[in-house]
Ligand binder design. Structure first.
Ligand code: FAD
Length: 441
């Protein structure tokens, strides 16, 4: 079969790529290859215990059908670049004019003894394995979560609310350290503790023990704790073997791509978790793995195939947002800690304002914002937000867009943001402007 565009991978990157390409080219033959019959929506996985039935946390293949995109459920085992062919495990081979690799990422093993015991799961598993996790939980009372990442925190909160005794283990001195500075992260940590989660920082696992089935964990301190289930949410590694075997350039950060998302082969693009990224501010390679980045890169690659490399990614400003209980928190760009690590001469300010006005309104809550500026040029390089309304998400995206556009503190003072009593802080208390004024002192 001759195909115009072939995409390997049915996650957020692959799906966003085929849909974008269809939008730009109504006549093209577009094929999406993915290895699993049931494709989970990864961001929804922490919520399959209480909020959503796992059967409903699947990609909707109807969208593909409606857009005349051929779906092949099979594993791509080889890319023959010379003949521009993808070799499939069961269904023969497929020719491409352009190929997009969207093979994603997989969880990293902890590499400790006993990791193969029954009852140990990872943050990203197949549909069938997650069903097994749910069944295992039916007869469990204690759950240990390894890794205080965003997903780890989301799992901890959901499982604690579902009635389990939850232990959250983090190697670093604070949870969420890769995304937030301590003051923000410790608010989430305190909240989890209030919800009954036992949070152990500065702690690592030395060994898992049990007779075929997990029974206890041994910490590096020597302490032994009983647990029925363990959920490992530590690192993810990009799936690069297909690219590597095809002779494409690959690094520890993923498949090497240029700003057009093109690999070292001019007919092959790589997008999403499997592709190397570069931090917008530091210019250093980074392993930012987010569905929001994957979908953006997918759109860029699809446009570049359709229009001939017209869109360039200058670098990634990672933007995060999450919610546990009533707390909504998010960040964009560098944390203060990362600014220090990268020897950036910076200034950081934090303010707390009310999220609505006048203050006599019911349901008025605190909204805390931290912004980080480069000292010399007064460029905004990072921000963190914590509050109790969805306004946090929009502030994070605003901060991210300001960073991407090299906006200075002066520019922020010059810009207006929409205000309304039920939706935003008072225009007088506008937190972005209020903080930026400090840079003009
Ligand atoms: C629990 C959890 C919660 C998350 N929450 C968020 C969130 O709230 N917001 C956010 O932005 N991000 C979130 N993420 C991150 C996000 O899920 C990933 O960044 C995103 O899934 C990356 O998309 P992708 O398409 O690049 O890769 P993946 O989602 O990993 O998809 C890869 C696809 O490639 C297929 N594949 C791989 N190899 C082959 C092969 N050889 N042949 C055929 N098919 C193959 C796989 O089957 C899969 O379909 C979360 C992740 C997890 C694990």
């Amino acid at each position: 079969v001759k195909a115009n565009v072939v995409v390997i991978g049915g996650g957020p990157a692959g799906v966003a790529a085929v849909l974008t390409y269809r939008l730009l080219n109504e006549a093209a033959k577009i094929v999406l290859i993915r290895k699993d019959e049931k494709q989970l929506i990864p961001c929804g996985i922490p919520y399959i215990f209480r909020k959503i039935n796992i059967k409903n946390n699947l990609m909707n293949d109807e969208v593909l059908k409606r857009n005349n995109i051929e779906l092949i459920v099979d594993k791509a085992i080889k890319v023959d670049r010379f003949n521009r062919k993808v070799i499939l495990e069961r269904n023969g081979e497929l020719t491409y004019e352009y190929l997009i690799l969207a093979t994603g990422s997989k969880p990293m093993n902890l590499g400790v003894k006993g990791e193969d015991l029954k009852g140990i799961f990872y943050v990203k598993e197949s549909y069938e394995r997650l069903i097994e996790l749910k069944e295992t939980l039916e007869n469990a009372s204690t759950v240990t979560i390894v890794g205080g990442s965003l997903a780890g925190v989301e799992f901890a909160n959901e499982l604690a609310n579902a009635g389990y005794k939850v232990l959250l283990i983090e190697t670093l001195p604070c949870i969420l350290k890769l995304n937030f500075d301590v003051k923000f992260a410790s608010k989430i940590e305190d909240y989890l503790k209030d919800e009954g989660v036992n949070v152990l920082t500065n702690t690592s696992i030395a060994e898992f023990r049990g007779n075929r089935k997990l029974r206890e964990i041994v910490l590096t301190s020597g302490k032994i704790l009983e647990t029925d289930v363990c959920l490992i949410t530590t690192g993810m590694v990009p799936n690069t073997s297909l690219a590597k075997n095809a002779g494409l350039e690959v690094t520890d950060y993923g498949i090497k791509v240029d700003p057009f998302m093109l690999t070292s082969d001019p007919r092959i693009y790589a997008i999403g978790d499997c592709a190397e990224k570069r931090d917008f501010i530091t210019g250093k390679p980074a392993r930012y793995m987010l569905a929001s980045i994957a979908a953006m890169e997918a759109r860029v690659a699809a446009v570049n195939i359709a229009k001939g490399n017209v869109l360039k990614i200058e670098g990634i400003v990672p933007k995060y947002v999450s919610k546990v209980g009533d707390i909504v928190f998010g960040a964009a760009g560098l944390t203060e800690n990362q600014a220090k690590e990268n020897n950036v001469n910076y200034k950081a300010y934090t303010v707390t304002v009310k999220d609505k006005y006048p203050q006599a309104l019911p349901g008025v809550e605190d909204l805390t914002i931290k912004l980080i500026f480069s000292r010399k040029k007064r460029l905004i390089i990072g921000g963190q937000v914590l509050g109790y309304s969805e306004y946090v998400g929009s502030l994070v995206n605003t901060i991210g867009a300001l960073i991407e556009n090299y906006v200075t503190a002066d520019d922020i003072v010059l810009s207006q943001q929409a205000a309304h009593p039920l939706v935003s802080p008072s225009p007088i208390a506008n937190p972005l402007a209020k903080i930026s004024l400090n840079m003009l002192k």
